[in-house]
Each structure stands twice: as structure tokens, then as C-alpha cells.
Design a protein around this ligand. Sequence first.
Ligand code: GTA
Length: 175
Amino acid sequence: MQRLLTFQLYILLYTRCFFIICVLLCQDLNKISAYRDRRFPGTQEEYEHALQTSITVYIGNMSFYTTEEQLYELFSRAGEIKKIVMGLDKNTKTPCGFCFVMYYSREDTEDAVKFISGTILDDRPIRVDFDWGFQDGRQWGRGRSGGQVRDEYRTDYDPDILYQRCGYGKLVQKE
Ligand code: GTA
């Protein structure tokens, strides 16, 4: 009898654990973006709400040579664009591989993420991500050397020297 009770208890525990893991996994899959801006001035709920309602997208893994005209050409396929802000190296003031695109409607914003992310632009697969909203100052790379943080940690070799990502990340090179 006691064995049966212990067995039932184990089954109950396992089912509960399984249920909790499923809920956690679903929450993760439902996340609208894997990125969290450390400088967002609000709670996690406010951040998620901003991502779900904003009309701004962030574009990453861009070539340093992609122009605003090319971005207008590509991103207006999802809808009318309000504004594009190029991401710049805070020291050299030159493009450093990212930008923000602002639309007029949420539907167009969602279409940009759905249909343009992964497109090859200037030989690079660009990444389109929901963004909480552009504010002055966000156009600058936050890396120690002026560019994007992730380029400084790059451990893979970027063969496209033309794109001036300097092969391995700058911090990795110094090690
Ligand atoms: N919506 O995916 C994004 C995104 N990214 C990558 C940058 N921005 C993004 N916005 C959206 N989605 O306005 C925005 C930023 C900012 C502008 C430039 O682009 O909100 P950044 O890329 O230079 O700096 O931003 P960011 O985003 O603050 O850096 P990241 O990649 O999140 O890194 C945060 C910290 O993690 C760093 O301080 C560093 O200590 C550490 N880190 C990052 N990568 C590594 C790594 N590979 N190894 C170890 N540590 C790392």
C-alpha cells in the first residue's frame, strides 16, 4: 500500500514538473524578441508591452556599406516608412552595422519582421527584430571601441574584410 502511495506521489511530482517545464518553454517561445535592452527605463512587463505595440524595428548584421537608400528600397516593401536611423560608431561617426526603421503602422512593422528578416543585403543575412522604440542616443554603438558590442566579442572570423569587421572581434584580438 505504502509503495503504491509513493509511486503515485512520484507520478504526481513528475507530471507537475513536466507541466511547469512546458509552461516555461511556451513562455520562452512566445517571447517576441530574444534581445533585452539593458537601458530600457521600465519594468519587464513595460518592455514586453512596448515590443508588442511599437512601430520600430532594429536591423542587425548589416554591411557597413549599406546605404539609407538601399534600406528604404528594401523596407518599404513591408509598408510606408516614417524614418530610418543609421547606427553609427560613436567615435568615427560612420555606419557600424545596424539601424532602426520606423513605420506608420503596427501591421507593417510585423510584416517587416516576418518577411524581411533573413534577407541577404549586400551579401549578409540581415536580422530584423522588434524594438521598444527609438530614442536619441540609441543610434550609437555601445562597444568600448565605438562600434557594436557583439562585434567586439566576435570569435568567428568574418571573411569579408571589405566590410571592416576586422575579422575577429576587437576584444578577442587583444587577448
Ligand atoms: N531591438 O537585437 C537587438 C539589438 N541589438 C543587438 C542592439 N540593439 C538592439 N535592439 C533590438 N534588438 O540602441 C540596439 C541597442 C542600442 C544599439 C547599439 O542597438 O539597444 P549595441 O549592440 O552596441 O549594444 O547597441 P547592446 O545592444 O547594449 O549590446 P548587447 O549585445 O546586448 O550586449 C550587452 C552586454 O553583454 C555587453 O555589455 C557585454 O558585456 C555582454 N556581451 C555581449 N556579447 C557578449 C559575448 N559574445 N560574450 C560575452 N559578453 C557579451
